[in-house]
Design a protein around this ligand. Structure first.
Ligand SMILES: Cc1ncc(COP(=O)(O)O)c(C=O)c1O
Length: 312
């Protein structure tokens, strides 16, 4: 006999366990310790991963900490995965975990194919949404392909520490444990939809102002011409043509504009053999688009950029 219960009672229906940590890297380490039977099973990562003396490397440090074998694959100039090269690499090399980074909150355009590739090679897929918390809450699909998704909450909310790991495969949660469970309440205390709209609006406004500069296309280019429908940016990345990225960074920060240069130095294992990624790391700079950025300040932000573009 067919019956229907009055309320949902099956705890497994659409279950996606969420675990909270001091940082995304702490959660990634917890994940790797649980899923790798042997560190030699290996983790495959993109070749554009930043390092700094203060912060180390967010996604690579946990791989080092568990002493897992690491491999690296190349990207295209817009930071999307070079899928064809990755396919070729996987013909001869084997890894247990494939990490895809949705850089600066932009969903990798071929994430669905990467899911299929992970299945074909029996790899667990990690969607690194360190920059993409809000993109993963929209309709764009980011976060719906990974077996595990990682989020850096201190990059997206006004908190000094915080990381979240969600599992679309609940069976992968065995020994893992939250270390900062109270963060669930913190992030539920913000209006995600309004924050997402503010970030998208700031991105669109800055992009429009940048496109109207005479230096656009020669002195600098936008990494992405369009913001994807479901994407909510962490920052707006620009590629500086000349060699004055660091001078622009310093000049604008001294003028009071919080530009970031997240990937100014790459981790040691990718410093050779990945020319495109190393070249990009010397030329990329990111504009702030976060929820505290006032629309009225954007004209001055872009004017400062134009001035600083001419510092040599
Ligand atoms: C792409 C990416 N993944 C993961 C992380 C790790 O984030 P957290 O600082 O929360 O450990 C970072 C930040 O360093 C990052 O940029």
């Amino acid at each position: 006999m067919t019956t229907i219960t009055k309320t949902a009672v099956d705890p497994q229906t659409e279950l996606q366990p969420a675990l909270f940590y001091a940082s995304a890297r702490e959660g990634m380490k917890d994940f790797l310790e649980a899923v790798l039977d042997d560190p030699e099973e290996g983790v495959l990562l993109p070749a554009f991963i930043g390092w700094s003396a203060n912060e180390g490397s967010g996604v690579f440090d946990p791989v080092l900490n568990v002493q897992a074998r690491a491999g690296f694959y190349g990207l295209n100039g817009d930071l999307s995965v070079d899928v064809e090269k990755l396919i070729e690499m996987l013909e001869t090399q084997k890894f247990r975990v494939l990490v895809v980074i949705h850089y600066f909150g932009r969903t990798d355009p071929r994430i669905a194919e990467l899911r299929e590739l992970a299945d074909r090679h029996e790899m667990l897929l990690v969607e690194d949404l360190a920059h993409g918390f809000y993109s993963s809450r929209g309709e764009g699909g980011a976060g719906s392909f990974g077996d595990m998704n990682l989020f850096s909450l201190h990059k997206m909310f006004p908190v000094s520490e915080g990381g979240m790991i969600t599992y679309t495969r609940a069976d992968l949660v065995t020994t893992q444990q939250s270390t900062r469970p109270a963060l669930a309440g913190t992030i539920l205390s913000y209006n995600w939809a309004s924050i997402a709209s503010a970030r998208r609006r700031n991105f669109e406004s800055i992009a429009e102002l940048l496109r109207s500069l005479p230096e656009h296309g020669t002195e600098f280019t936008l990494l992405w011409p369009e913001l994807g429908d479901g994407d909510v940016p962490q920052t707006l990345p620009v590629r500086i043509t000349g060699d004055n990225r660091d001078a622009i960074y310093r000049g604008m920060n001294e003028a009071g504009f919080g530009m970031v240069s997240l990937y100014h130095t790459l981790i040691e294992p990718v410093r050779s053999g990945f020319e495109l990624e190393n070249d990009l790391s010397k030329h990329i700079i990111n504009f702030p688009v976060h929820q505290d950025v006032a629309a009225g300040a954007l004209g001055a932000l872009v004017a400062s950029f134009q001035t600083c573009l001419h510092i040599k």
